[in-house]
Design a protein around this ligand. Sequence first.
Ligand code: NDP
Length: 283
Amino acid sequence: MAELIDGKQLAKTINARTQQAVTQLKAQGISPKLIVIIVGDDQASQIYVRNKHRKAKQLGIISETRQLPEETSQAELLEIIDQYNHDDTVHGLMVQSPLPPQIDEDAITRAISPAKDADGFNPVNVGNLYSNSPLNFPVSCTPKGIMTMLAAYQVKLAGANAVIVGRSNIVGRPMAALLLNASATVTVVHSHTKNMQAYTREADILIVATGIAHLIKGEDIKPGATVIDVGMNRDEDGKLTGDVDFDSAESVAGKITPVPGGVGPMTIATLLQQTVELAKWSE
Ligand code: NDP
């Protein structure tokens, strides 16, 4: 049976370190502050953001939502982002997806100051990541959290065959860059890949981020591989489930993340860790 990678427990450790860092910063007169902008009333966003704020408050981070109406124009949103970019009391800024159709997500990502980019999505930061610049920060939180997990569970990266299923800007692509920077041999597969299983079966490290429940089965996994399941899907009975078929995978994999309790808690812990690092950086 595979060793379980306990994201929930590791997130607690990261959160405790973040809390200590917040205390130290406050002693220097800096109060880390995160602003999350929501446009419209997408219910999933509201829940997700509420969870972020609750956790942030527990750690002593000032965390505020700027709720804007569904009909907010792109110009109005850009103006508000500009105000936060110039507000020295704000260290982390993010705009929650999804955005209404009148707003161009790419323009918004570009508008957030790279120095306050809590999500790590600004192209300047993405470029730094892809060029493995020493200024390789901030970085998209889900893949960054996965790197923390791999390190905590002593998964060897240099020379490992890493296969990433999915190529989104928030997970697959930054994950590929982080693993490449760590000297893994990286393959990214996606919906156009022919015979995807031929790649996944060769993976020492398999990272799955597709949003398709149970896409990867035990037979698609190399025996002993480390399997990281990013997927968050709802079963017919409403239960949260991953992109990996856990029951068949756990007898093949060497290490595996559960859903829930794997990547999810690490993403929020990493966002808050990164916000505090941005506050430190702003000194
Ligand atoms: P996207 O929908 O943006 O991307 C999905 C990717 O999966 C695409 O690259 C797509 O390929 C690929 N894909 C779809 N079908 C297949 C297939 N049959 N075979 C191979 N590849 C396929 O999703 P995200 O990256 O945003 O999220 C993925 C999952 O991770 C979701 O369940 C999401 O909820 C979850 N998630 C969880 C987080 C957490 O903190 N736990 C954080 C972020 C996401 P193509 O590009 O060709 O269309």
